[in-house]
Design a binder for this molecule. Structure first.
Ligand code: PLP
Length: 422
């Protein structure tokens, strides 16, 4: 369920006509529905309501401060993967005791920043990282909360680029070797072993990989107990999929039910790191049609948003629904929706049976709330777009469109170049 619906042939976000926002902020822009964000967060979080848990929103899917704050207000924490994300989370007002730090390549300075900020725990992904974390903590006179991210070797049955829990992936420590690393960590004086964690991939549409992975984690927790190592947290990562096209992923309720059925360790606090399932269908990208170009072979609808604004189609061949902001009787065409960027991979939809658009019309690219803005770049010197949040009959600019000055921020031409006279 989401709150992007037509009323009298006009697309609305909650109570606000999309067209009205476009007139005021220009195009392209990301548009989020507050009610949808909150509803998705609650649906997920409430599904685990009867177990000790912490929902740590995976902020790499959408790191806008207002969105982080909204989930924090709802009782959530965040899952971060960099010092930059930590900065954002703290800036949004997130309590560091609700922050977990994942990622295969944590830099020493970022770990230091996280230790100084007193985050809940680090999900370490290699033996070397565990030793380095202990070193840094010792130097700072701190104790680092540690969880080891294990790689359970489970096939999540998703796109290879977003599969992370297979042996051949770079993530985590081989679950069969984890006891060794836990034992080593237990001998280090500036670490406190807090948990076991995993994250097997993204956009999963089946429950079985989650359950299989949980079984392996439970087994590891038992092995650890026998070795005298006790954990309080079980971090199950994120990965639950959403409907972009015709996928039928389980509802968070079913996901939680399957997890809880398998979970018989009452003394554990479960950490969940959902990203896409919360924000994916709570945001859309609004763009304007510039031209329609009909060649001998194809029809191209050229719009003012591009792969730098939403890279998922170019990167993963992902599907995003294409809808007109104003509905009317239209002929159907088969077309590519493309942006102005000088790459043939710059498309938002390919060979799509869709409605015909005329120049100047607004188009909605659906399901763009996750890995949309957060993956955007300045390629082709395109300022990053604005982000808007609607609540009821009001809308708020939650990130201003970048200016051309933002594009050259920090750049400087050395004197020797300035002085060169031709
Ligand atoms: C990306 C990521 C997530 C979130 O994945 P979604 O598919 O968006 O739910 C959670 N945990 C970790 C460690 C991640 O890297």
């Amino acid at each position: 369920m989401h709150h992007f619906q037509y009323k009298n042939s006009e697309l609305f976000c909650e109570e606000v006509p999309v067209k009205q926002i476009a007139e005021n902020v220009g195009t392209p822009f990301y548009l989020y529905s507050h009610a949808t964000l909150r509803q998705h967060f609650r649906a997920f979080d409430d599904a685990f309501g009867d177990v000790n848990h912490l929902t740590c929103f995976s902020m790499k899917s959408n790191s806008n401060l207002s969105i982080l704050r909204l989930f924090y207000n709802e009782g959530g924490g965040v899952d971060i993967v960099s010092g930059g994300e930590l900065f954002r989370a703290l800036k949004a007002g997130v309590d560091p005791k609700r922050i977990v730090y994942s990622g295969v390549g944590k830099r020493a300075e970022d770990m230091e920043y996280a230790l100084q900020s007193n985050i809940l725990m680090f999900n370490a992904e290699s033996s070397q990282e565990i030793f380095l974390l202990n070193e840094i903590a010792r130097r700072l006179g701190k104790k680092a909360g540690l969880s080891i991210r294990v790689n359970p070797d489970i096939d999540p049955q998703t796109h290879p680029y977003i599969s992370t829990g297979l042996k051949e992936n770079k993530f985590g420590i081989d679950i069969n070797r984890a006891l060794e690393d836990y034992t080593a960590a237990a001998g280090l004086s500036n670490l406190t072993i807090l948990g076991v964690s995993c994250h097997i991939g993204s956009q999963l549409t089946k429950l079985s990989p989650f359950v299989d992975s949980l079984k392996k984690l439970k087994n590891l927790i038992r092995i650890l107990r026998e070795a005298g190592i006790h954990v309080q947290y079980l971090d199950l990562g994120g990965g639950l999929g959403i409907t972009y096209d015709k996928e039928e992923p389980p509802h968070p309720r079913e996901y939680a039910k399957a997890i809880k059925a398998e979970l018989d360790m009452k003394d554990l606090t479960v950490i969940l790191e959902p990203g896409r399932v919360i924000v994916g269908n709570a945001g859309i990208l609004i763009t304007k049609v510039l031209y329609a170009k009909v060649t001998e072979d194809k029809t191209f609808v050229i719009v003012d948003a591009a792969m730098n604004d939403l890279i998922r189609p170019s990167l993963y061949g992902s599907f995003h629904g294409i809808q007109p902001v104003e509905r009317r009787m239209r002929r159907k065409v088969k077309a590519d929706v493309v942006g102005p960027i000088c790459e043939s991979s710059d498309f938002l939809a390919k060979d799509r049976e869709m409605e015909r658009f005329d120049p100047g019309e607004l188009m909605a690219v659906m399901s763009a709330g996750a890995y949309g803005f957060s993956m955007s770049s300045n390629y082709n010197s395109r300022p990053r777009v604005a982000e808007v949040m609607v609540k009821g009959n009001e809308y708020y600019l939650i990130r201003a469109r970048e200016t051309v000055d933002d594009l050259v921020k920090g750049e400087e031409i050395p004197d020797f170049l300035v002085k060169t006279v031709l």
